[in-house]
Design a protein around this ligand. Sequence first.
Ligand SMILES: Cc1cc2nc3c(=O)[nH]c(=O)nc-3n(C[C@H](O)[C@H](O)[C@H](O)COP(=O)(O)OP(=O)(O)OC[C@H]3O[C@@H](n4cnc5c(N)ncnc54)[C@H](O)[C@@H]3O)c2cc1C
Length: 394
Amino acid sequence: MDDALEDFRRDTRAWLEENCPPEMRKPMRSEKDICWGGRKFTFASDAQKQWLDVMAERGWTVPDWPSEYGGGGLSPAETKVLKQEMAALGCRVPLQSFGISMLGPALLKYGTEEQKQEHLPKIARGEIRWCQGYSEPNAGSDLASLATSAEDKGDHYLVNGQKVWTSYADEADWIFCLTRTDTSQKQGGITFLLFDMESDGVSTRPIRLISGASPFCETFFEDVKVPKNQVLGEVNDGWSVAKYLLGHEREMISGMGGRAQGLTLSDYALNKLGADEQGRLDDSVLRARIAMHEVRSHAFAAMSERFIDQLKAGKIHSAQPSMMKYYGTELNKDRHELLMAAGGSDALEWESEASGGGKAARAWLRTKANSIEGGTSEIQLNIVAKRILELPEG
Ligand SMILES: Cc1cc2nc3c(=O)[nH]c(=O)nc-3n(C[C@H](O)[C@H](O)[C@H](O)COP(=O)(O)OP(=O)(O)OC[C@H]3O[C@@H](n4cnc5c(N)ncnc54)[C@H](O)[C@@H]3O)c2cc1C
């Protein structure tokens, strides 16, 4: 056993016990309990703000980022210990954002020193919330067909076009956006831009989902001026940055397959449907489906841990994020199917106070999008087929 790591574990546990407010140790009840940060964010409680502040002060909203950019400067092993100790105490994640899970890693790899100094600390402290401008009406799975143009105007680009499915665009402060700077090539003519959503010429229109929520928007750009120092990576090489970021996005989304806090699926089903004389779930078909799910879920948890270790060490196969994204999201969809099956007709309830405003049904419907967002399941399977199985393109 590593003594230094065990000391770190002991100190971390003591610090968390002292600093994590009791309210922040209870499972999140709904989306509203997620702290996204940003200029427009309203904290759900004083405890939520206090928890963000103390964690950000220590750099532990992004524990493995370098401390000069607002991170905790922790090693991969220390980061894992911190996560384990937070999970053991039931501490909520203090800040969740596309800045942390997507843009940050891309800035660390491709950003100029000036860009890193400007953006990373604001992400770490939850001051600026980012959204992702990739998809367009005619560029989803075939993302490189994107047409939003960025015209070179000397000291700046002039951006015109439309994005779609831009999650939380109406609540975000800045956007990372794929634009076309050269129409003579496909992947080779894309430039990755960063700009403020309050720039003149940016507007958003919310889109309503099947679950009743409106977590994303159509986003329009009309003669938006973007200074040239806001290009991330090289001009016309935005595709490299975009792909790197997608790997991190897929890692983040695959986390949905992780085991949920609170009651296990089998305990939930037992509470709802009762036990037979041997104490087993009194529905043999559902029992078998839940057992299979639990086995797959354990296997996925083990695989995820290995995957994160390899990712942090920079030793992953390029198709691994696709593998994890595919499996994690299909697993999450399966979990919600089983929750609905165990909940019976009550679970379909949509509005009553007892159902928390249809929490279960709305969450179930939301999971249908898991295998679309961040690239569909079919696209992930295509990537695995090409890069791992080396099958020819269809
Ligand atoms: C909840 C949610 C949040 C999102 N957030 C964002 C965001 O913040 N920013 C952003 O830029 N985008 C976002 N997206 C968009 C998302 O990335 C796209 O929806 C996704 O890439 C699929 O593109 P599309 O919707 O145009 O579908 P299409 O590409 O039109 O696909 C339609 C169907 O055809 C299948 N298909 C397409 N091509 C192939 C192929 N070559 N082989 C096999 N099957 C194929 C697909 O799998 C799918 O079933 C979000 C989507 C959702 C659902």
